[in-house]
Ligand binder design. Structure first.
Ligand code: SF4
Ligand code: SF4
Length: 97
């Protein structure tokens, strides 16, 4: 099993999930530091197309990230809402690049 980050993360990028992950398997196109700087600069619009992803090869299914997300973007792979089922592949694909 793995956990999956879905659409509500887009443009939110709160990064709370990153802080609690014991195996550091949550990453995105920008680092946490870059995201924080963008928010400090008041340039949140730059994050509109940005989200973070969970590496399914490293995730140990601990579930620690799920309750930390303020926008309820994280699901275990068996409970991803149908409308966001493509995010299973999107998360995996990010780490194949
Ligand atoms: S999944 Fe939730 S907590 Fe993690 S970066 Fe996205 S919005 Fe933030
Ligand atoms: S379930 Fe655990 S290991 Fe997997 S991404 Fe969330 S915090 Fe990390």
């Amino acid at each position: 099993m793995t956990f999956v980050i879905t659409e509500p993360c887009l443009g939110t990028c709160d990064t709370s999930c990153v802080d609690v992950c014991p195996v550091d398997c949550i990453h995105g196109p920008l680092s946490v530091e870059e995201i924080e700087q963008i928010k400090l600069d008041g340039e949140e619009a730059k994050l509109a197309d940005i989200q973070l992803y969970i590496d399914p090869a490293i995730c140990i299914d601990c579930g620690a990230c799920e309750p930390e997300c303020p926008v309820e973007a994280i699901f275990d792979e068996y409970h991803v809402p149908d409308k966001w089922s493509d995010y299973l592949d999107k998360n995996a694909a990010f780490f194949e690049e």
